[in-house]
Design a protein around this ligand. Structure first.
Ligand code: DCM
Ligand code: DCM
Ligand code: DCM
Ligand code: ZN
Ligand code: ZN
Length: 265
């Protein structure tokens, strides 16, 4: 996701963390301000473009080697890669936060990475290898020439927020989560979420996101998205996927941090 997506996810998570969890996060980050999570949610995207941070670039995604739109799947051993992926990163940074022996600086980076990578894991094209996660699929959006990955990271999310700040977009989505609007079955959003098995939890979340590559993102194939302007009927047909995935990411990030710091969601 772009900045708006990551910041919105962080604001949603902030409304689901307990006061004990919030204090622990603020302590690790050394922040006291109201936007303590949103404030660090995009750091990982700046860091990966620095020479010292280039190692972390593969941790933003998992390249599922499936065949959309006919077949979608994520297989950790097939897809994670020798330099790591979003799933191995979530496992690693969760274990650092759970370990009493971790140093303050290790925990600081782990917190910033975890806030970002749980977000990215929910962007369907961050769970897809085809055409470099859609980066090599040229599309037009609102008259601009861009690529399919970018419109799912940014343009679709911005159209959805309709000029709202991340904080107010998050308020809107949090209200929908509480009301179970949009047909959202929120009671099922933590199915398979367990601190006893971070790997299987992250795989469950990745498979769900990857499934949307077949059902929505590329449901009509590559040729179909290379034609026309996707800010019209394509947006209308698929914006609900971006919306539910941002809502789920925020809700799960909050629950996950509660599990880490209090043992309960
Ligand atoms: N980005 C950046 N610097 C660049 C290129 C892109 O900060 N040289 C940002 C733009 C998007 C974000 O990276 O907001 C997308 O990354 P991801 O989806 O991994 O969060
Ligand atoms: N990306 C991805 N899968 C890949 C490569 C990149 O999901 N195999 C994502 C990371 C950024 C965006 O695509 O959000 C652009 O990446 P880069 O700046 O590395 O080209
Ligand atoms: N959902 C949505 N938009 C979609 C697919 C699903 O808003 N395109 C919501 C409605 C469902 C929930 O997510 O209650 C779970 O959907 P699924 O079973 O398709 O994952
Ligand atoms: Zn991206
Ligand atoms: Zn990222």
């Amino acid at each position: 996701w772009g900045d708006l997506g990551h910041e919105t996810i962080a604001w949603i998570a902030q409304s689901y963390v307990s006061s004990t969890t919030a204090s622990a996060i603020k302590d690790i980050l050394g922040l006291t301000q109201s936007d303590y999570m949103a404030n660090v949610s995009t750091w990982a995207d700046t860091y990966r473009y620095t020479s010292g941070g280039r190692w972390s670039a593969p941790l933003h995604f998992i390249d599922a080697n499936d065949s959309p739109p006919s077949s979608c799947s994520v297989e950790y051993s097939r897809d994670c890669g020798s330099t790591g992926c979003s799933i191995s990163a979530i496992v690693n940074y969760t274990s650092i936060l759970l370990d009493d022996e971790s140093s303050d600086t290790t925990r600081y980076d782990a917190m910033k990475f975890l806030i970002h990578f749980i977000g990215d894991l929910h962007q369907p094209l961050h769970d897809e290898a085809l055409d470099v996660g859609g980066n090599d699929i040229n599309v037009t959006y609102d008259g601009d020439h861009t690529n399919l990955h970018h419109i799912w990271d940014t343009e679709i999310v911005e159209q959805l927020a309709d000029g709202a700040s991340a904080e107010s977009f998050a308020k809107n989505l949090t209200a929908s989560i509480k009301a179970g609007s949009n047909g959202w079955d929120v009671n099922s959003w933590l199915d398979g979420t367990t601190l006893n098995d971070t790997l299987s939890t992250a795989i469950t979340w990745a498979k769900e996101a990857n499934g949307y590559v077949c059902s929505d993102v590329l449901s009509a194939g590559i040729d179909a998205v290379e034609k026309g302007d996707l800010s019209g009927s394509y947006y209308k047909a698929h914006f609900d996927v971006a919306r539910v995935q941002i809502a789920r990411a925020g809700y799960r990030l909050g629950a996950w941090l509660n599990l880490i710091f209090t043992g309960k969601t």
